[in-house]
Design a protein around this ligand. Structure first.
Ligand code: OSB
Ligand code: MG
Length: 369
């Protein structure tokens, strides 16, 4: 058997509610779905690069280019069929981790479907339900934020993450904490601050936060160390965690005490696994971050979050928190207060709906040997 064909599609889906972070307000999500076919079986992956290089240096069009020009031709030229083989060989190319990771995910889905087992089983997952969480963007006003948090709590979410930036940090935390003294609460700055803001950030220690995520830009590991020394709340890194090596540097330096793992940001499941195992050995808990994925990428994340060291609640919410018409059947839903079941079918365990994918498609291309 060989890989018969690989398809890429560029999709755009509108959000049910805009999503604002320290760098932008977005109303829709543009992303790539990769499909790998072997013997009539199709593996699905999602490339989490965004349209603009704000969260990371990657973009959807850049990812499309490197997949089309380098990674997909490599798969055909070298007869690659196994995800581990793909991960080892694609490493010769620098960077472009989201592009690499999206295609590797498709290989994993394919492998699990051919074996007739859910991906969680292939990965060695240890739980059939994961702890959900919701990431709340910046709103027009604090009362609107508090209302929105209340609505999510009403739906059953138990862990809330607030996006913060200059002018939307202490006040936002204070308002949410006052109304909800007991919820699990954390914040994410997406690198908006610098060490000059140390005294402002230290005020966040007053709000019993689970963690403060990525206060400084991705490469400022040493400044994160300096801040962590002076804060009681654990720092957690997201954008800085790009490989096992950057994770090791961050932990050895004391730049964070918790790690956010996004499978796309680190270049795919093989690297995700190395980071997971290293953190576990160090006693550092990890949790699964999200990139507002469609149901395809989110189903992948559910399987990943079933691994043993994914110990804190995740940025994994139900389909309808993100999209009116998610791409999968059935939709992802809360299975109990603050929980989501890991899908039980083969592979990602949810069914992508081709008609919905087609309706959201901006462009598409098919590749063969
Ligand atoms: O920093 O965690 C982040 C979404 C896009 C880019 C970066 C981030 C996020 C989120 C959304 O916080 C989490 C989710 O998918 O629910
Ligand atoms: Mg983050």
């Amino acid at each position: 058997m060989t890989i018969e064909r690989i398809e890429m599609a560029l999709l755009k889906l509108p959000y049910v509610h805009f999503f604002e972070t320290s760098f932008s307000r977005e109303y829709d999500r543009t992303f790539i779905i990769a499909r790998v076919y072997e013997d009539g079986v199709c593996g699905y992956g999602e490339v989490v690069a965004e349209e603009a290089p704000l969260y990371s240096g990657e973009t959807t069009e850049g990812a499309w280019h490197v997949l089309k020009t380098f990674f997909i031709p490599m798969v055909f030229a070298e007869g690659i069929m196994e995800p581990a083989d793909y991960a080892a060989k694609v490493k010769r190319f620098r960077g472009n981790l989201m592009a690499k990771g999206g295609l590797e995910l498709a290989f994993w889905d394919l492998k699990a479907k051919k074996a007739g087992v859910p991906l969680a089983k292939l990965y060695g997952g240890v739980r059939d339900e994961i702890e959900a969480g919701v990431s709340c963007g910046i709103e027009d006003s604090i009362p609107e934020l508090v209302d929105r948090v209340g609505a999510f709590i009403g739906e059953g979410y138990r862990r809330i993450k607030l996006k913060i930036k200059h002018g939307w940090d202490v006040e936002a935390c204070a308002a949410v904490r006052e109304k909800y003294p007991d919820i699990l609460l954390q914040v994410d700055a997406n690198g908006a601050y610098s060490l000059a803001d140390k005294e402002q950030l230290k005020k966040l220690d007053a709000f019993k936060l689970l963690l403060v995520e990525q206060p400084f830009p991705p490469y400022d590991l040493w400044d994160h160390h300096k801040l962590q020394k002076e804060m009681t709340t654990p720092l957690c890194l997201d954008e800085s965690i790009l490989s096992l090596e950057t994770t090791r540097a961050a932990i050895e330096m004391g730049s964070c005490r918790i790690v956010n793992i996004k499978v796309g940001r680190v270049g795919g499941p093989a690297e995700m696994r190395k980071i997971h195992d290293y953190c576990e050995a160090q006693g550092v808990p990890v949790w699964c971050g999200g990139m507002l994925e469609s149901g395809i990428g989110r189903a992948h994340n559910l399987h990943i979050a079933s691994l043993p060291n994914f110990k804190l609640p995740h940025d994994l919410s139900a389909s309808r928190r993100y999209y009116k018409e998610d791409l999968i059947d059935p939709f992802i839903e809360l299975s109990g207060p603050g929980r989501i079941r890991v899908p039980e079918g083969p592979g990602i365990g949810v069914n992508p709906v081709e008609g919905r994918i087609r309706r959201a498609t901006l462009k598409q291309e098919v590749f063969r040997k």
